[in-house]
Design a protein around this ligand. Structure first.
Ligand SMILES: Cc1cc2nc3c(=O)[nH]c(=O)nc-3n(C[C@H](O)[C@H](O)[C@H](O)COP(=O)(O)OP(=O)(O)OC[C@H]3O[C@@H](n4cnc5c(N)ncnc54)[C@H](O)[C@@H]3O)c2cc1C
Length: 279
């Protein structure tokens, strides 16, 4: 038997977390895999659980002039069915796992789990999303790229919960997510890329890239992105190798059961080239 609470309000949840004794569980699609034990035995959980997927205060999608705000327990399936969710985020979600997992998996879990291969995190970093974090007596916001600090590491404290994710409400001329996995569905990324780009009069006015599974956390560098801004599409295309290589030092993958570092490095750079060729 797993010791657990199923609070009916956010207030009750935050009070429980103040004791620092509990871990939150939302869809459980990362946590249960990480805690798995022998078949038909109790999972090896580090702490008793507080379930949060039932909290209506954290299940919402709202639009303001500045942001699309998504409650942290809103399921991927709900996001796929919302007209408010940016298309590039939906294109990313449809590449995550399979329908069963998407009915319970959440952005809150994808972010808090802080895997370098987390697909939604890759796109949310490119989108410059902001994470809103709550405890019983505080509320704070942090850019998602600062909130995640390493492999499975975030700035979240034991008494805090992710309340929502705020995505700047801006349009992009190009917004693409690319993922290479071992098969077409239900595969963790070997390497992934989200790229956003705006073009006016043939000149690039915004360029933003994030790479998944190429380092200890989803990788991005605004200074490198800015090297593309102000350039004509012809300038970039005529020097495609030079521009692509500007990201080479950002891509520092490892060998693991899914892929090799050489493959990941080469494919990540090829993905940028493939995108540039679509401009
Ligand atoms: C078969 C399978 C395939 C998968 N495929 C993919 C894939 O293709 N791409 C991908 O990116 N992921 C994939 N995943 C991983 C997983 O589905 C996602 O990361 C999912 O978004 C996790 O959300 P969750 O609600 O299930 O998190 P949970 O498992 O409930 O929680 C994960 C972690 O986040 C914490 N947490 C959860 N919600 C909050 C919150 N609101 N505030 C603070 N902390 C919180 C928990 O304490 C835990 O540490 C897959 C998983 C499985 C089992």
């Amino acid at each position: 038997m797993v010791t657990h609470h199923i609070p009916s309000t956010l207030e009750e949840t935050l009070k429980l977390l103040e004791t620092n004794l509990y871990q939150v569980m939302c869809g459980g699609t990362d946590l249960m895999v990480q805690s798995r034990s022998w078949a038909n035995t109790v999972p090896k959980l580090v702490k008793p659980l507080v379930f949060i997927s039932q909290l209506s205060e954290l299940n919402f999608i709202e639009e303001t002039p500045d942001y699309i705000e998504i409650g942290s327990v809103t399921s991927y399936e709900t996001l796929l069915n919302s007209s408010l969710v940016p298309k590039v985020l939906k294109d990313t979600i449809i590449e995550i796992a399979a329908p069963g997992i998407r009915h319970v998996g959440t952005l809150g879990g994808n972010i808090a789990n802080a895997s370098p291969a987390a697909d939604a995190v890759c796109t949310l970093i490119a989108l410059d999303a902001i994470v809103e974090i709550m405890s019983s007596n505080s509320i704070r916001t942090e850019k998602i790229c600062d909130f995640i600090i390493g492999v499975k590491k975030t700035t979240l404290k034991p008494n805090e919960i992710i309340r929502s994710i705020k995505i700047p409400n801006v349009e992009h001329d190009y917004a693409n997510f690319y993922k290479v996995g071992g098969r077409k569905a239900d595969a963790i990324s070997k390497v992934s890329l989200c790229v956003l780009c705006n073009v006016k009069d043939n000149i690039i006015t915004k360029f933003r890239i994030a790479f998944g599974a190429v380092g200890p956390k989803v990788a991005s560098n605004i200074k490198t992105d800015e090297l593309f801004v102000g350039k004509t599409i012809d300038e970039i295309k005529n020097n495609i190798d030079d521009y692509t290589k500007k990201y080479a030092s950002l891509i520092t993958p490892i060998d693991d059961q899914r892929s090799t570092k050489e493959y990941r490095h080469k494919v990540a750079l090829n993905m940028i080239k493939a995108f540039i060729e679509t401009l």
